[in-house]
Design a binder for this molecule. Structure first.
Ligand code: MSP
Length: 508
C-alpha cells in the first residue's frame, strides 16, 4: 500500500526548535514503521518561505530576501538528518517546480469560478500570517502573539470557501476518521457547521511571493501557496516522474495551531481544483515545555536541539514519543530527556542487552541455538505487543505503541529476575532450562529491536548485531521463535553509556 505522510512546511523566520523537531520525529517514526510493514512510502517535509514575517526578518538583517532564505533553508534542511529522520524530499516554496504548480493550481480554481475580486479591509497578524476578525482579539491584540494586528485595506482575490460548507460537512459525515483524534474532528466539524467565510488568497503590495497567473500585480497569500506544497512536491521531487497517481491522496500531520488551514481550507481548495481530499489528517497537541525551567535552567546555554549532540538522535526521538501522550496537549520537561535516557533506555533496554549477552558469553561460550519446546507465555506476549503496536500506529498513537513495546521490555527484565539464570548456571542438571531462558531473552530482544526500530533507528541494528542476528527489520520478524543460531556473542558494550547531563540541565 502506498503511504504518503507530510509534516507542515516550517516558516524560516527563525531557526528550528524542539517543537518542530517533535512533529518531524513523529512523522519519521510513522513512516519508518510503514516501511517495515512493506508499504511503499513517501515522506515530505520542508520550508515555507513566502511569509511576510520571513520577508521582514530578511529586511531587518539587511539581506536580499532570496539570499536570506537560501541561507536559512540550509539550516532547516539539516533538521531531519540530525534527528535521524529520512524524508524522501525537502521542499522549499521558492523551488521553481513548486511555483509553477501553485500558479497552475490557483488558475484552475480561478477558471472554475471560485475566485472573485474584492477589497479586504481588516486586520492581519503577521505572527500568525492570518487575517483576524475583531472578536478573535483580546484587548485588541492577537491572543497568540500578544501583538496588535496590522490594519490592511487592499484589493484582494477571495476564494469562495462559503460555497463549500455543505460539501465539507458531507465529507466529514461520510468519513468519521478524516480528522484524528476524534476531538479534533469535532472541533473542525463544528467550525464548518458554524458557517464559513470566504478568505483572501492574495496579497497586494508585497513583492515577496508567487505572482498570481491572472494578475501579476498580486502574490499568492502565504497559506494559499504553502498548502499546495503537499501536491506540488509529488510533481517534481523525482525528476521526470509524477508521483501523484501513486501517492495522492496523502496524510498530513501537524499541531492544532494550524488545524483550520489543513482541515477546512485545504480540503475546500482541493475540491475546487478537482483533486481528491487528503486521506487523513492527524492533529497533535502542543508540546509545552516548562518554559520557566527551560529558560532558567538552560539559560540559553543549551538549545534544546543541541541536546541531540549530547544524547544522540535516538534518545530525543524516544523522548518525543514519550513526553506526552501523542495527540494530547501536554507539558514536558527537558530534564525528562536525561531521566528517560538513564532509566528507560539505559537500564530497561541497555542493561537487558548487556546482561543477556554477558550470560550467553559466560555460560554458553557465546553460542545460542534453538531451544527445545516453546515458551507459550512469551509467544503470547510478543503477539500482544505486535498487535498493540500495529493498532496504535495505525491511529498515529506513537505513545501507545512505545508503551506496548516497553511492556515487553519490562516483562523480559522480570523474566531475568524471576528465573535468576545465574543460579541455574551453578547446577548442571538445569542446563536445558538455562538454554531455554537464554534463548528466550535473546529472541525477546530480537523482537524488541525490530519493533522499536522506527523509534530508535540507530540502536535497533546494534541490538541485532550484538545478538548475531541478520539486520532485517521486516515486520514479519516480530514473532516469537525466529532467532537464528549464532556464535561468538560477546558481552555487548552499553547501548546508552552514562552521560553527564549538560551543565545547564544539571543545574535545573
Ligand atoms: N508554515 C506554516 C505551516 C504551513 S503547512 C502548509 C507554519 N509553520 S511553523 O513553523 O509555525 O510550524 C508550525 C508547526 O510546527 C506546528 O503545527 C507543529 O507541527 C510544529 N510545532 C511548533 N511548535 C510546536 C510545539 N511547541 N509543540 C508541538 N508542535 C510544534 O505554521
Amino acid at each position: 500500500m502506498p503511504y504518503y505522510l507530510t509534516t507542515p512546511i516550517y516558516y524560516v523566520n527563525g531557526k528550528p526548535h524542539i517543537g518542530h523537531a517533535y512533529t518531524t520525529c513523529a512523522a519519521d517514526i510513522l513512516v519508518r514503521h510503514r516501511r517495515q510493514r512493506g508499504d511503499e512510502t513517501f515522506f515530505l517535509t520542508g520550508v515555507d518561505e513566502h511569509a511576510t514575517k520571513v520577508y521582514r526578518v530578511a529586511e531587518e538583517q539587511g539581506l536580499p530576501v532570496q539570499e536570506y532564505v537560501d541561507q536559512i533553508a540550509e539550516v532547516w534542511r539539516e533538521l531531519a538528518p540530525r534527528l535521524n529522520a529520512e524524508p524522501d524530499f525537502f521542499i522549499r516554496t521558492s523551488d521553481e517546480g513548486h511555483k509553477r504548480f501553485v500558479r497552475e493550481f490557483l488558475q484552475r480554481i480561478y477558471d472554475n469560478g471560485d475566485v472573485y475580486e474584492g477589497v479586504y479591509s481588516g486586520l492581519y497578524c503577521v505572527g500568525c500570517e492570518e487575517f483576524k476578525s475583531e472578536d478573535e482579539l483580546i484587548d485588541g491584540k492577537c491572543p497568540i502573539h500578544g501583538t496588535v494586528p496590522e490594519r490592511i485595506e487592499e484589493k484582494n482575490y477571495f476564494f469562495r470557501l462559503s460555497a463549500y460548507q455543505d460539501r465539507l460537512l458531507e465529507l466529514y459525515d461520510a468519513r468519521a476518521d478524516f480528522v484524528l483524534p476524534e476531538f479534533r474532528f469535532n472541533e473542525a466539524r463544528s467550525f464548518i457547521a458554524g458557517g464559513l467565510q470566504d478568505f483572501s488568497i492574495s496579497r497586494a503590495g508585497q513583492p515577496w511571493g508567487i505572482p498570481l497567473p491572472w494578475d501579476e500585480s498580486q502574490v499568492a497569500y502565504v497559506w494559499a501557496d504553502a498548502l499546495i506544497n503537499y501536491l506540488s512536491a509529488l510533481t517534481y521531487a523525482r525528476p521526470g516522474e509524477d508521483l501523484r497517481p501513486e501517492f495522492w491522496p496523502g496524510r498530513h500531520l501537524m499541531a492544532k495551531d494550524i488545524l483550520r488551514f489543513h482541515c477546512i481550507y485545504w480540503p475546500a481548495m482541493l475540491l475546487a481544483a478537482g483533486y481528491e481530499v487528503p486521506k487523513q489528517i492527524f492533529v497533535h497537541g502542543y508540546l509545552l515545555l516548562d518554559d520557566k525551567k527551560v529558560s532558567k535552567s538552560l539559560g540559553n546555554v543549551v538549545d534544546p536541539l543541541e541536546l541531540i549532540d549530547v544524547y544522540g538522535a535516538d534518545p530525543i526521538r524516544y523522548w518525543c514519543a514519550r513526553a506526552v501522550s501523542f495527540g494530547q496537549d501536554g507539558s514536558a520537561s527537558i530534564d525528562g530527556i536525561h531521566e528517560r535516557y538513564e532509566r528507560e533506555l539505559g537500564n530497561d533496554l541497555g542493561n537487558l542487552l548487556s546482561r543477556t549477552t554477558a550470560m550467553i558469553e559466560r555460560y554458553r561460550d557465546g553460542r545460542i541455538w534453538p531451544r527445545a519446546g516453546r515458551n507459550d507465555e512469551l509467544a503470547a506476549a510478543v503477539d500482544e505487543m505486535r498487535g498493540g503496536v500495529e493498532r496504535n500506529l495505525d491511529r498515529y498513537d506513537i505513545t501507545g505503541a512505545i508503551d506496548a513495546i516497553w511492556s515487553l521490555v519490562r516483562r523480559l527484565n522480570r523474566y531475568v529476575t524471576d528465573r535468576a539464570p545465574w543460579v541455574l548456571a551453578k547446577d548442571e542438571s538445569q542446563a536445558a532450562e538455562l538454554d531455554a531462558i537464554l534463548y528466550d531473552l535473546a529472541d525477546g530482544l530480537r523482537v524488541v529491536a525490530i519493533a522499536v526500530a522506527s523509534y530508535l533507528p540507530e540502536t535497533a541494528p546494534r541490538l541485532l548485531e550484538a545478538l548475531g542476528q541478520p539486520l532485517d527489520l521486516a515486520w514479519d520478524g516480530v514473532a516469537y521463535g525466529r532467532l537464528v543460531p549464532a556464535e561468538r556473542i560477546g558481552a555487548a558494550p552499553p547501548l546508552f553509556p552514562r552521560i553527564d547531563p549538560p551543565p545547564a540541565l544539571a543545574a535545573a
